[in-house]
Design a protein around this ligand. Structure first.
Ligand SMILES: NC(=O)c1ccc[n+]([C@@H]2O[C@H](COP(=O)([O-])OP(=O)(O)OC[C@H]3O[C@@H](n4cnc5c(N)ncnc54)[C@H](OP(=O)(O)O)[C@@H]3O)[C@@H](O)[C@H]2O)c1
Length: 274
């Protein structure tokens, strides 16, 4: 396993297992720098969304990095108002325009807007077939959301991006989606930073001579999840990808799994109201 390790999606597209998240990275210099530093450090996967308001800075950093476009995996997401207004297709074109890119590697339904799941997915399938997107997927889906989607879908989603970290291990949800060949991607993998002072994780970090962030990120990798930690600080971006010179033992993995309290930092897909 190394920073170039990829997971093969259900349509054979390769997604780098580690990526940089940019939620709450400010549009402009902050996001631009974070993406440039990440690419310099070896990351080849960036996760943004229309709702983050920073696609333009992400795209600029990618274009100016000098790294060939096809070596960087770019994800963005369709925002809820575009689902409700039936402007899904235009939303994709707008994201491409903001990013200044000719295609997306992964386009996700950001949240399961219940009454629009099927309509939105039909548009995503059309965009996929037109080769504007290399893979299509979902985010914040529980099993019943997928069941709804599959009543009309012709293409099985490649990914489900969900909140997942040691306080919310989502064992059943992750197993359900993996069992259907859908890659699980962890958002807020560090619990928005709040998990970094967890004493159980600190003890494991000390034993391995690594930071708590590195221990948590390695736990995601060893579970086989795609993971997209966010930071706007160069030294953190660099240390968050220094994950490949140690291995968590089965006991370490179990100890971290046991921290779970089904605790969410973000909204619940069953009750979100935006
Ligand atoms: N699909 C969805 O609905 C959804 C929802 C939320 C997030 N996401 C995606 O998932 C990505 C990651 O989630 P997230 O941003 O919510 O949270 P996160 O990655 O769990 O945590 C980010 C926080 O931890 C801090 N941090 C990062 N590395 C650190 C380190 N080594 N030491 C100390 N602090 C550190 C960051 O601070 P600094 O930036 O100040 O360094 C930031 O405050 C997002 O950026 C976004 O791309 C998706």
């Amino acid at each position: 396993m190394n920073i170039d390790t990829t997971i093969t999606l259900n349509n054979q597209v390769q997604i780098p297992q580690l990526g940089l998240g940019v939620f709450k990275s400010e549009d402009g210099q902050e996001t631009y720098n974070a993406v440039r530093w990440a690419l310099e450090a070896g990351y080849r996967h960036i996760d943004t969304a229309k709702a983050y308001g920073n696609e333009a800075s992400v795209g600029k950093a990618i274009r100016e990095s000098g790294i060939p476009r096809e070596q960087i995996f770019v994800t963005t997401k369709i925002w809820n108002p575009d689902q409700r207004a039936d402007t899904q297709e235009q939303a994709c074109y707008l994201s491409l325009k903001e990013l200044g890119l000719e295609y997306l590697d992964l386009y996700l339904i950001h949240w399961p807007v219940k009454e629009k799941i099927n309509e939105t997915w039909t548009v995503m399938e059309k965009l996929y077939r037109s080769k504007l997107i290399r893979a299509i997927g979902v985010s914040n889906f529980n099993p019943h959301h997928l069941e709804t989607l599959m009543t009309t879908a012709e293409i099985v989603p490649a990914v489900n991006q969900i909140e997942l970290h040691p306080l919310l291990v989502q064992t059943d949800v992750a197993r359900y989606f993996s069992g259907k060949g859908i890659a699980v991607e962890s958002w807020s993998p560090l619990g928005r930073g709040a998990l970094l002072a967890n004493p159980d994780i600190e003890a494991i970090a000390e034993a391995h001579g690594k930071t708590t962030a590195q221990i948590i990120l390695r736990w995601h990798l060893q579970h086989g999840y795609v993971v997209i930690p966010k930071s706007v600080h160069k030294e953190r971006i660099i240390s968050n990808c220094d994950l490949y010179d140690f291995e968590l033992t089965a006991d370490d993995m179990h100890a971290i799994d046991s921290i779970n309290k089904d605790f969410r930092y973000g909204p619940d897909p069953e009750t979100f109201n935006f």
